[in-house]
Design a protein around this ligand. Structure first.
Ligand code: NOJ
Length: 561
C-alpha cells in the first residue's frame, strides 16, 4: 500500500479511514459511450485521494466500496451476477480491474468489492442448469419447492420488491424462491457445494488483492428448512406486503450467523481485509449489531440504516446514536452512512423537514455529524457536492428494472433518482464522459451547472471543501478517529453538542440544526481555549472561547488546548 496507511497502531485501516461508495454505472465514463466504467474510475482516482494530505483538489478518502462490477444482465444493475469471476464488459476487462486495484493501492486507496451471494442472476449457468430438471448436477443449488396449499404457492414468503417470492418453473414443475426480483433466484446455502463454490470465488478475488467485501443482503442467506409461513403482523397495512410480516423464517436465522462466521475466518486468513455486510434493510438496529457475532467473529462493519431512517431532528438522531453506542459490543466498531444507491439522497429526504431553502447548510451539518461519529463514515458519490435526487427522470429513461418490472403498487419506489451521473463540471452532461458529449446512461440532474466538482473546488465555502476539511481533521485527530463519544445535552431539541475524547485529546462538536433560531449555549465544558478545526463561522486554526450563542446552522468542531 502507498503513503497514507492508517497512522494508528491500535486501529485497523477500516476503523480509522473514510469509505467512499462508487456506483460504477454513473461515476465516470472513461471510454466515452455514456456508461460509467473502470477506466473512468481510474482517471478519477486522484480526485478521491492524490496522496497529499494538504491537497486542495482531492477529497482524501481511504477506501472505495465499488457496487458490483461482475458480469451481469443488469436487471438489477449488477446486483444480479451471471459470472462471479469476471468483469462485466460494460465496465471493462479483468485486466483493467487489476489496474484499478494497483493504481488505487499506489495512492493508499483500498478497494472493497460488492459481493452478491444471497442470489445470482437467472442467467448464471448454475441457475440455467438447476432449472432444467430435478436431477441435474445443480438441481439443489437454488431453493426449489413443490407447489403447496396456498394458491399453489409453497408458503407465504414474499419478495422485498413486491408480490410473492415464488416463481413457477415449468421444466421442474416446481417453484424457486427469490427474495428480490424473479430474475434473482436465491442460492441454497444449505448445500455444501454451493458454499464451497462461493468460498472459491471469495478467495479468487482476495488473491487478486481486493481489500475486502461488502456482502449484499447478508442477513437473508439462510431460510427455514421446514419452509414455515411467516406470521403476519397484527394491524400492519404497508402497501409493500413484505413489511407486514414478521420475518421469522426467511431472514436473520442462526444458520446465517454460522455462514458469516465461516466467511470471516476465510477473510482472516488474509492480512488486513475487511468484511462489511448489509444487514438487510428491514432489520432493526439490534438485528444488525448481532452480526458482529458473539465473539466479534462475524462482520467487521454491519450496515444499519439509522441515519437514513431518521428525520432531520437532533433528538431523534441522538437517540439512534446513543442506542448504537449502548449496544455495539465491546471490541466492535460502529459504522454510519447518510446515503447509498437504494435510498433518496439525504438532502432530498431532509430538506422539507428542515424547513430550509439553503441545502448547503444542511449538507454541511449532515457532513459534520457523519464525520465526527465514533465509527467508520461511508460516503456515497456526489454527497460531497450536495447532490440531490433527480425526481423527474422521464419514465422511458428509467433504468431500475428490478423495481419497475416488479408487481406494480407493491414495489418500493424507483431508485434511479439517487443514481444520476456524478457532476464533474458545467460542460454538457456534467463532463461525465471524458471529452465527449454523449447521452449518459441516466440523465444528469439539471442543477449540474451550479453543483459540480469544478465549481465546488473553486469555491472555498463549498460543501466539498467542508467535507475535505472534516476528512483532514479526522486524519489529524486521534480523538476524532478513535475517541469515546459522549453527549453534552441530555435530549437535544434543535442543536447537538458532543465530545469525542481520548485520554490525551478532547474535541467538541456543536451543530445548530435550526433554520432561523440562535441558541444560548448552555453546556458543561470550560469556555476558554478551543482551537477551531472546522467551522462555518470561524476561520480554522483560530484559538477561541466558546460563543454565548450558536447561530442558525452554525457548526463548530473544536479541539481543547
Ligand atoms: C441490496 C442492494 O443494495 C440493492 O441495490 C439490490 O437491489 C438488492 N440488495 C438485491 O441485490
Amino acid at each position: 500500500m502507498g503513503n497514507q496507511q492508517s497512522q494508528d497502531q491500535t486501529q485497523a485501516w477500516w476503523q480509522s479511514g473514510v469509505i467512499y461508495q462508487i456506483y460504477p454505472l454513473t461515476f465516470s465514463d472513461g471510454n466515452g459511450n455514456g456508461t460509467g466504467d473502470i477506466s473512468g474510475i481510474i482517471r478519477r482516482l486522484d480526485y478521491l485521494n492524490d496522496g497529499n494530505l494538504d491537497s486542495q483538489t482531492s477529497l482524501g478518502i481511504d477506501a472505495i466500496w465499488l457496487s458490483p462490477v461482475n458480469d451481469s444482465p443488469m436487471i438489477d444493475n449488477g446486483y444480479d451476477i451471471s459470472d462471479y469471476r469476471n468483469i462485466c464488459p460494460i465496465f471493462g476487462t479483468l485486466a483493467e480491474f487489476e489496474t484499478l486495484i494497483a493504481e488505487a493501492h499506489q495512492r493508499g486507496i483500498r478497494i472493497i468489492m460488492d459481493m452478491v451471494l444471497n442470489h445470482s442472476s437467472n442467467q448464471h449457468p448454475w441457475f440455467i442448469e438447476s432449472s432444467k430438471s430435478k436431477d441435474n448436477d445443480k438441481s439443489d443449488w437454488y431453493i426449489w419447492q413443490d407447489p403447496g396449499y396456498k394458491d399453489g404457492l409453497p408458503n407465504n414468503w414474499l419478495s422485498y420488491f413486491g408480490g410473492t417470492g415464488w416463481t413457477y418453473c415449468e421444466a421442474r414443475e416446481q417453484y424457486y424462491f427469490h427474495i428480490f426480483n424473479k430474475n434473482q433466484p436465491d442460492l441454497n446455502w444449505r448445500n455444501p457445494e454451493v458454499k464451497a463454490a462461493i468460498f472459491d470465488v471469495l478467495r479468487y478475488w482476495l488473491d487478486k488483492g481486493i481489500d475486502g467485501f461488502r456482502l449484499d443482503a447478508s442477513s437473508v442467506y439462510s431460510k427455514d428448512q421446514y419452509f414455515r409461513d411467516n406470521p403476519v403482523k397484527f394491524g400492519a397495512t404497508d402497501k409493500n406486503a413484505y413489511h407486514n410480516q414478521h420475518h421469522l423464517y426467511d431472514k436473520d436465522l442462526p444458520e446465517n450467523h454460522q455462514i458469516i462466521r465461516e466467511i470471516r475466518s476465510l477473510i482472516d486468513e488474509y492480512d488486513d481485509r475487511v468484511l462489511i455486510g448489509e444487514t438487510f434493510i428491514d432489520s432493526r438496529l439490534y438485528d444488525s449489531t448481532s452480526f458482529y457475532g458473539i465473539n466479534n467473529d462475524e462482520l467487521h462493519l454491519p450496515f444499519a440504516f439509522e441515519f437514513p431512517f431518521s428525520p432531520w431532528y437532533p433528538g431523534y438522531l441522538q437517540r439512534e446514536i446513543q442506542k448504537k453506542e449502548r449496544i455495539t459490543p465491546e471490541g466492535a466498531w460502529p459504522t454510519y452512512f447518510l446515503d447509498n444507491h437504494d435510498i433518496p439522497r439525504h438532502l432530498s429526504r431532509w430538506i422539507e423537514c428542515a424547513l430550509c431553502t439553503n441545502p448547503q447548510a444542511i449538507a454541511k451539518a449532515a457532513a459534520t455529524l457523519l464525520l465526527t461519529m465514533r465509527g467508520t463514515p461511508v460516503l456515497y458519490y456526489g454527497q460531497e457536492l450536495g447532490m440531490v435526487d433527480f425526481e423527474d427522470i422521464p419514465p422511458e429513461k428509467l433504468q431500475d428494472k428490478a423495481v419497475t418490472n416488479s408487481p406494480s403498487g407493491e414495489a418500493p419506489p424507483n431508485r434511479d433518482g439517487a443514481r444520476t451521473p456524478m457532476q464533474w463540471d458545467d460542460s454538457a452532461n456534467a463532463g461525465f464522459s471524458f471529452g465527449k458529449d454523449v447521452e449518459p446512461w441516466l440523465p444528469v440532474h439539471p442543477n449540474y451547472q451550479e453543483v459540480n466538482v469544478e465549481a465546488a473546488i473553486a469555491d472555498p465555502d463549498s460543501v466539498w471543501h467542508f467535507y475535505r476539511s472534516l476528512i483532514q481533521s479526522q486524519k489529524q485527530s486521534e480523538a476524532l478517529r478513535q475517541g469515546r463519544w459522549r453527549t453534552l445535552i441530555h435530549y437535544p431539541y434543535e442543536h447537538m453538542a458532543y465530545i469525542r475524547e481520548t485520554d490525551q485529546e478532547r474535541v467538541l462538536v456543536m451543530i445548530n440544526f435550526a433554520y432561523e433560531q440562535p441558541f444560548e449555549l448552555d453546556i458543561p465544558v470550560e469556555r476558554e481555549n478551543w482551537r477551531v478545526l472546522v467551522s462555518n463561522k470561524t476561520e480554522a486554526g483560530k484559538l477561541i472561547d466558546l460563543p454565548e450563542t450558536l447561530q442558525a446552522f452554525e457548526i463548530n468542531v473544536l479541539r481543547k488546548e
